[in-house]
Design a protein. Sequence first.
Length: 482
Amino acid sequence: MKRFLAVASADYNDHDFESCLWRLPLLNSYEHGEKSLEIGMPAGAQPASPQTLTQVLIQRAERHGDKVAFAYSRNGEDEPDQLTYRQLDRRARAIASALQQRDAAGERVLVLCPSGLDFIAAIFGCFYAGTVAIPVHPPVHSRLISRVASIVTDAKAGFVLTTAGVQDELKPVVDELPDGASLQWCAVDVDVPDDATGWVEPRIDSSSTAFVQYTSGSTGIPKGVHLTHGNLLANLEDIAQVLGPDDNVRVVSWLPLHHDMGLIGATFGVLYVGGTCYLMPPSAFIQRPMRWLETIARYRADFSVAPNFAYELCVERSTAEERAALDLSCWTAALSGAEPVRVATMQRFVEAFGPAGFGLETFRPVYGLAEATLFVSGAVERGVAPTVRHLDSAALRENRIAWVAPEHPAAASVVGCGPAAAPQEIVIVDPVTRRQCAPDEVGEIWIGGANVAVGYWGKAAETEETFQAHTSDTGRGPPLTT
């Protein structure tokens, strides 16, 4: 994990966000076993608080039934395929049953499906089977197979959930890798019968491992972030405060489902609150960015999240006619993260799409990282424009804060990323002395909370260095250094 500097006196943070399409430091730099609930509860009974993602989906399927949970369009324009809450529950049970018949409980399972409904069903199938899911983006045309090889070796995976098309292309290549031939493959779109009567609910609880989120490996061998069901539920409760309590929330996302922002922020977050998520693959957005905004307008979505560059692309690659056809007045929160949030980008986007009903107050800069599950900070209050401060860039290079006027020749515009989520603790620490910084000093972000991951999978030394920190002046955490 790379180290960044942040301002102690305000909400300015950086983030090491891992993506299968890009590797971008998130946020703002100044320039650069308990038994789960059974379906069919007595009338009037209140469901217990879920302890696992399995229990969350079971409860949502009981409550929402035939409501669409996920809709996926392969090109962002055609009529989408859909999964209701009941259908997702049924498919997860069927996939879990197939895994249990292979004695996979407790084992590591690669989820090697492309972004889409099969991927979502597969990862919940892992949860329902009591296995450890490992989401991995299928290498394009057998390229980047070295990443898959390193993950198979590091995680000691024994199983692969994929689709028939991916299996036909990649299995012969993976079989040639060290440890590759021992993997058991299952194509969820052809090998799994619809019958899930053999499914047995796993004996897991909040302390059980849910999945391992691997970093991109662009600066070294990929490291697996070890997340429990408890970590996920703690962070999903934080995310729910941003999405709001309304189960009619609609989210649009083109982010890859194999990494934290698309998987936890969009997919799990929507399911946790009982909303609906409209998905398209990243390639659909890259080919024509306006598909993203048109989908938001078409389905009257409330929320969407993307890196800063996505907002910039929409301005650069849209026509006046396309903008005039939009109505974005439904969009109440445009979350921006995964790279530095630029004041100029926000201003250009508002200028371009203001006539479509998009205001500056719709922007919600956010900060997070995989080691904290995902979400760490971001403004919850609606209708308030992002905080912008102007700092002396020369002083910043000396780790000092000096406020200047916006027109100052050395002014650096810095965007705030909101307060910490309520249960989380953020402290700014001098990375050399490990003492807490004074106000208006620059330091490293340290984070504490139930959402902080267990550590790096199978890497004791790296886990101790990153997840078990103590300040030198107080002798306490928070434990996660960033």
